[in-house]
Write a protein that binds this ligand. Structure first.
Ligand code: ADP
Ligand code: CDP
Length: 233
């Protein structure tokens, strides 16, 4: 009887969900893991930031969820999923820089709490994940719980508020650590307490506390977990 040749065949697509609060290392870990394993990469926070940027740019009243909901379907958001050079555009404009301002950061939780915004962005995320041939690492707040509940691997990253604030203020050169810590805690509270798909650990997610780990250690840990899942597929 002939044996089926499997050696050298393409591995099945693998879907990895990485969630957690701000500054736990989601973006850096996800990009590195995806690059190392030849997978696509999606930063869902960038999508919520992009729709928030569009609302600010168009003078939408962000204290009014009805006003936000009414225009949630208008901007066209496109994410490039190469982990070595991820991109994000709104109606064709590159917004990679403008979405990182303190103004957008302070307003994104109000916009991302609106159910019409979440429905629109969630649909987009599922379409992108489904079209990733080799698989994808998707990072955010509700990927394991809501967006991709059937993901092959779910990781929930945590770290102490002190470590997260130190990391973030290191990025925003000259930013005050105490003020950064307060802003992070405020955003986490808003993201965790909203009614529609709040920031939460999925029951079947592997929790990794990164407080005492180097970024390289976290990457190695996640790569090992993905390889185990791939081998079992
Ligand atoms: N384990 C770690 N140890 C030290 N610094 C880290 C670690 N993980 C990430 N960082 C750094 O912390 C900052 C925030 O990381 P990032 O990946 O953007 O977090 P998140 O996407 O969860 O907000 C980046 O400057 C990153 O290089
Ligand atoms: N899956 C996601 C990802 C982000 N978000 C929202 O988008 C904001 C920005 O996410 P981000 O990942 O860019 O934030 P940082 O951790 O990089 O600071 C979060 O504070 C949430 O309000 C969300 O609601 N759901």
């Amino acid at each position: 009887m002939e044996t089926v040749e499997t050696a050298g065949s393409a591995p099945a697509a693998v879907i990895v969900a990485i969630d957690g609060p701000s500054g736990t290392g989601k973006s850096s870990t996800s990009k590195a893991v995806a690059a190392q394993l030849g997978l696509s990469y999606l930063d869902t926070g960038a999508q919520y930031r992009a729709i928030t940027w569009w609302m600010v740019h168009n003078g939408i009243e962000l204290t009014d969820p009805t006003a936000i909901a009414a225009v949630a379907g208008k901007p066209e958001i496109v994410s490039g999923t190469d982990p070595l050079s991820p991109t994000i555009t709104v109606d064709g404009t590159d917004v990679a820089g403008p979405i990182r301002t303190t103004e957008v950061t302070s307003k994104v939780s109000a916009v991302s709490a609106v159910p019409e915004v979440r429905a629109r962005i969630t649909e987009l995320q599922r379409t992108i994940a489904a079209s990733a041939e080799k698989g994808i690492v998707v990072e955010g707040r509700d990927i394991g719980t809501t967006v991709l509940p059937d993901a092959d691997l779910k990781i929930f990253l945590t770290a102490s508020p002190e470590a997260r604030a130190a990391r973030r203020s290191g990025e925003l050169k000259g930013a005050d650590v105490a003020a950064t810590r307060e802003a992070l805690i405020k955003r986490d509270a808003a993201d965790s307490s909203r009614k529609t798909s709040p920031l939460a650990k999925a029951g079947d997610a592997v929790e990794v506390d990164t407080t005492e780990l180097t970024l390289q250690q976290v990457i190695e840990c996640v790569v090992t977990l993905v390889e185990e899942k791939r081998a079992a597929k």
